[in-house]
Design a protein around this ligand. Structure first.
Ligand code: DGY
Length: 335
């Protein structure tokens, strides 16, 4: 085989690996979880392609170690783990997997909204702990309605739109803030654009859907949380770094907001002494918003297709750093 590819997880579905095997010799990380930095630096040395995910930090040092590296294909929509400038400077193509996980992430966003507002996780613990003693009492574990409330979307990309569409089924008013206003989407989906402050102040549910960028890091901090209603919930299925976690913990402790549904955290896995673990008004998930079999399989297959296209000199569908693409090599050229 002309090419060599290293796959960082031994859980990538065979269906995806088979696509890569058509053009390359594939080595899969033989240990569970993510390879150590040392192993990754070693494995990248002789490969043309790297099939990775959000666990691996793909930086200049790693790219320099991978002298033959032509493509880094990540099985994720987020790409804050890849230094795009470093990749472009080295003509290494980077790809992600947008689109195929949109609905799964939107489903989980709604699940977190319902769970935290109706106290489902808390109620489950209550029942299992044998605390349910009286058949029915008027105010036992009462939560708050989702139906008819106002949903604020922070970042109106594919996932934000998919969440808005689901919210319509709950008769919710949907407002949004994004650095790019999109009037076409507003009309099509019945969504209203507002300033970030207005969205924070008016939402009963404030849901984060922006990518993690230098401009969005900690863009929801103490000041923003203080603008929210005391009865409102914050939902984050995007990236932990967008919300200042220390400020969020303080806001939850002080009752500045009512609760939170969180799939992502500043540090993952979450540390055992994180105060969020002790809060009943918080629902936690281990970064699995895209975690349906259908979605994860589609992500792996798309990453594989992107990787193969790049190796063959074709333009990968989901190329992130357009300037890295040099076009198909000219077979007549000797260099
Ligand atoms: C992504 O795709 O970026 C998710 O965070 C992992 O599924």
């Amino acid at each position: 085989m002309a090419f060599h590819v290293y796959v960082t997880s031994n859980e990538v579905p065979e269906e995806a690996l088979d696509i890569v095997r058509q053009v390359a010799e594939v080595k899969v990380n033989d240990s569970d979880g993510t390879p150590s930095r040392e192993v990754l630096l070693r494995e990248v040395v002789d490969v043309d392609g790297l099939f990775c995910n959000i666990n691996e930090k793909i930086d200049a040092q790693l790219m320099d170690a991978g002298k033959k590296l032509k493509v880094v294909a990540s099985m994720s929509v987020g790409f804050d783990h890849i230094d795009q400038a470093a990749a472009t400077a080295r003509s290494i193509m980077t790809t992600n997997t947008p689109g195929v996980l949109t609905e799964a992430v939107a489903d989980e966003t709604l699940a977190l909204m319902l769970d935290v507002s109706r106290r489902i996780a808390e109620a489950d613990k209550y029942v299992r702990a044998g605390k349910w003693k009286i058949k029915w009492t008027p105010m036992l574990m009462v939560g708050r309605d989702v139906y008819g409330k106002t949903l604020g979307i922070y970042g109106l990309g594919r996932i934000g739109v998919a969440v808005a569409n689901r919210a319509r089924g709950f008769n919710m008013k949907v407002i949004y803030y994004d650095v790019f206003r999109n009037q076409e989407l507003e009309k099509k989906h019945g969504i209203e654009f507002k300033s970030k402050e207005e969205v924070l102040r008016e939402s009963d549910f404030f849901s984060v859907h922006v990518p993690l960028l230098p401009e969005t890091r900690n863009s929801i901090g103490a000041k923003e949380l203080a603008m929210m209603k005391r009865t409102a919930f914050l939902i984050n299925t995007a990236r932990g770094g967008v919300v200042d976690e220390k400020a969020l913990i303080e806001a939850l402790q002080a009752g500045t907001i009512a609760g939170a549904g969180l799939d992502v955290f500043e540090k993952e896995p979450i540390e055992i002494d994180n105060p969020l673990l002790k809060m009943d008004n918080v629902v936690l998930a281990p970064h699995l918003a895209s975690g349906s079999i259908e979605s994860r399989t589609a992500m792996a297959v798309l990453a594989a297709k992107n990787l193969v296209a790049a190796l063959q000199g074709e333009l990968p569908t989901n190329l992130l750093n357009k300037d890295s693409y040099r076009g198909k090599p000219n077979p007549a050229s000797k260099s």
